[in-house]
Design a protein around this ligand. Structure first.
Ligand SMILES: Cc1ncc(COP(=O)(O)O)c(C=O)c1O
Length: 448
């Protein structure tokens, strides 16, 4: 699957306004990369960014008002209030999905999905190694095996071309993660799912409002899972949602999320299956309903800033911004991710580069470490419960199947910025790019 540079139409659709958009398209980035010899802040120079990036989460008077409403009405739980239900209806409508189940967090949305699809002991689930640990933990909660498929380092997403080779007759689900709010290669993944009759659970926990060929992600698989944890582009402190177009999955997930009580919460103490309490509170539902009203505007600002930043960073040798696949019609930019090639910076190690960037006033993160190599995975899979289900030989063989060398390399090269850094004025992006240019120009001195 091809990756893309942003085309003229997408660029304008992304909201870069009229004359400015045309000027940029005609002339390219306002400022071509010209190495600035000015002294890096880490070596005593004046730091480039002296301001502050926008804070997160954001609140306004309306949030206080709805919280007080819930507080005073005493309907704090979905069993005796209607905010959660209203949020579910609105989120399903906004995302283009038939059903939405609101839950306590994104982990619960994934957990409920696996349960609804009947994934359990003895099953295998395809997962990426470049993700937050919750994607894997839910598979382990089911005593299933997370089978890691290597990462496409150009896009930071699961390498869809490698999925089929990792599947066996025990594969019961594929969990692509739209990491950073960029979109996994859904054409290839959905094609595999259809041909092999293995359902897709989209982990869209970082990808609110991202789109694949004009459809919102999370509405493409059998289920789609979202997180509203405090750092996310829609935040309720904690919170999550599962989308599905299938009534049967909605029903099973609903029953599971409320301790196995019958569909639509009929009263009394009868239970139709096992379950857990994964319910969202009315406080979360009310806050999220309000937060939803601002996502579109914020998403547009992130897109405009990220696209400008990419044009600047692509001009710097050794900086490789994550590229969207050609089918991506909208990127959520929960993170801004790029690969740092130390060789192009005269061998300046990533940690020193990051330190220099921080000194310029630009916070940054090295991102994930390889999940498939986490010591806890061995501890879990060689535990009594797992050995009872699989036996030692199967677990030994499993560990021979999950090497992801491309991902290992990516984890040594990645650098991230968080979504809130993309919400300020264009000048913030200029500072980020100026800082990286300065570090590149002074890499030799920074090595010392
Ligand atoms: C990719 C991914 N999956 C799952 C989760 C789990 O979401 P939550 O923290 O809301 O349980 C997260 C949250 O950070 C995530 O980033």
């Amino acid at each position: 699957m091809k990756t893309k540079r942003m085309g003229r139409r997408a660029f304008i659709r992304a909201g870069v306004g009229g004359a400015a958009a045309l000027a940029m398209l005609q002339t390219g980035p306002k400022r071509a990369y010209s190495a600035s010899p000015s002294k890096p802040a880490l070596l005593g120079g004046e730091k480039i960014f002296k301001g502050t990036f926008p804070g997160w989460p954001r609140t306004d008077a309306r949030h206080e008002q709805v919280w007080l409403e819930v507080l005073r009405a005493h309907g704090w739980c979905r069993l005796n209030g209607d905010y959660v239900k209203r949020f579910e209806d609105e989120y399903a409508r906004t995302m283009g999905s038939r059903h939405c189940l609101a839950v306590a967090n994104g982990t619960s949305a994934l957990y409920a999905s696996l349960n609804a699809l009947g994934v359990g002991p003895g099953d295998e689930v395809i997962v990426p190694p470049y993700t937050f640990v919750a994607t894997i933990n839910v598979v382990l909660l089911q005593y299933a095996l997370p089978v890691f498929v290597d990462t496409d380092t150009n896009t930071f997403q699961i390498d869809a071309a490698k999925i089929e080779a990792a599947m066996t007759d025990r594969t019961r689900a594929i969990i692509p993660v739209h990491i950073g709010g960029y979109v996994a290669d859904m054409d290839t993944i959905l094609d595999i799912s259809k041909r092999r009759e293995v359902p897709v659970i989209e982990d869209a926990c970082q990808a609110h409002f991202a789109e694949w060929r004009g459809k919102r992600v999370g509405s493409l698989g059998e289920t789609g899972c979202f997180s509203f944890q405090v750092t996310k582009n829609i935040s309720g402190g904690e919170g999550g949602a599962m989308l599905t177009n299938r009534e049967d999955l909605m029903e099973r997930a609903f029953v599971f999320h409320t301790n196995g009580r019958p569909w639509h919460l009929t009263s009394g103490f009868s239970y139709v299956q096992n379950g857990a309490n994964l319910r969202m509170t009315e406080f979360q539902g009310a806050l999220l309903l309000e937060q939803l009203t601002r996502v579109e505007a914020e998403s547009q600002i992130r897109e405009q800033n990220a696209e400008y930043l990419t044009r600047r960073l692509e001009a710097i040798p050794g900086i490789h911004p994550a590229r969207p696949y050609e089918g991506t019609t909208r990127n959520a930019y929960h993170l801004y991710m790029f690969r740092y090639d130390a060789e192009a910076f005269g061998g300046l190690p990533r940690e020193r580069f990051r330190q220099a960037l921080s000194a310029e006033g630009i916070p940054n993160s090295p991102g994930y470490t390889p999940l498939n190599k986490m010591p806890f995975l061995k501890e879990t899979l060689y535990s009594r419960g797992y050995l009872n289900v699989y036996g030692k030989d199967t677990i030994d063989e499993y560990f021979d199947r999950i090497d992801c060398p491309e991902n290992d390399r990516l984890c040594t090269e990645a650098v991230w910025f968080t979504q809130n850094m993309l919400l300020g004025p264009r000048s913030d992006m200029e500072s980020i790019a100026d800082a990286i240019e300065r570090i590149h120009a002074n890499a030799k001195d920074l090595m010392a």
